[in-house]
Design a binder for this molecule. Sequence first.
Ligand code: ASP
Ligand code: MG
Length: 448
Amino acid sequence: MRVLKFGGTSVGKPERMKHIAKLINDGVEKIVVLSAVSGTTNSLVEIHTAYKKEGKKAAHKLIEKLEASYYPFIEQLYAKNSSIKKAKKLIGEVFDLLRSFKSKNFSEADAKIILAQGELISTHLFLYYTQEIGLNATLIPALDFMKTTDGEPDLKYIAKKLRKTLVKSGKHQLYITQGYICMNDKEEIDNLRRGGSDYTATLIGGALPATEIQIWTDIDGMHNTDPRVVKDTFPIHELSFEEAAELAYFGAKILHPSCVLPAQKSGVPVKLLNTMEPKAKGTVISEVVTRTPQRVKAIAAKDDITAIKIRSSRMLNAYGFLKKIFEVFEEFQTSIDMVVTSEVAVSLTIDDNTKLKAIVKALKKFAEVEVDKGQTIICVAGEFKHTEAGIAAKVINTLTKIPIRMISSGGSRSNISILVDSKYKVKAMNALNEGLFGDILKKKRAKA
Ligand code: ASP
Ligand code: MG
């Protein structure tokens, strides 16, 4: 069994939906995971925020606007009146549900029900289309088998229930399901956080286990660096699970940060493919890495990082200081990305500022604290051995004109991370690209 995931833009227009239906119709059995139509989840975020902050009237205005966008979509997608009727009925029901909330006592659980509707819509619309054109397709509801316990996917539960759901649904060529959405241990509808459809696909692929997981987007795989920031980039064809995880976590937008792990655990290769160019090679993420001479594979960047410097007058020869610091972050459920320590101070970074005030207050009880917002982590990923000379030097040498706030290497053998003020990001990324991939870029430019 294969698992294929299509993102929001791949299902974002009627003609795109038709295109992917054609793409997957090769007679091979598969599970198809879909995102919401692009823009829908953002609108749903606005809708639940409006319920909470502005009231019912404001929310209803947004709901109407989103609903109106779906009717022309339906008219263009289907040829048969019976399909149009079915789809309109579905849209009517979903939007009636969206209108049924009250602003008073609007809860987190309500918000999550609202957020789930995008994937519920896209999968149903796609199911009706595949059925209209005569594909042997069925829907397997993600809410029947995707579950989190304590906020994390419950792998055992997912594996067991997924198998049951598949057996129950009978033999089909296409099993369509929703990305992103799940149930939680309070029996409420929940989700795997923004961009979570990739994660759904690898959780399913890992649980089965599948022979292969394909993540279909609209670019030709993972690039050596971010094409939105750096002009001259090229696709990378092979990555190890570890490299891909570092890149996804540190800003490569093409993949959800947690999504590599389930595939890695089960050793299922993940392919990143382009719906616009289905024959292109894309990127394969797997256990086996061919020994390319290229040690540095890719550069990614993550913005909106806050750096916190924590200094103790008594750190010299003191123990327990780090523990005290980490306990504060644990208490406020904020995860730390980068850590650098010296004998008297610790610098670390977080990407979630919601509890920042409380964290600083707690830290100030035993240390001096300095906070810098607006930072960017640049992650250089590759295969770095601690016995090999020159890689860190090469990275730093390309950045001689950039003030470096923090640098961290040796945490894993796939990553060197650098923290800079975000105003230097573009300059730093370009310098790294030229410095680390100069040879490849030269060949590419010579060819062009
Ligand atoms: N629809 C969700 C989002 O926009 C999940 C996804 O697309 O992966 O975040
Ligand atoms: Mg995505």
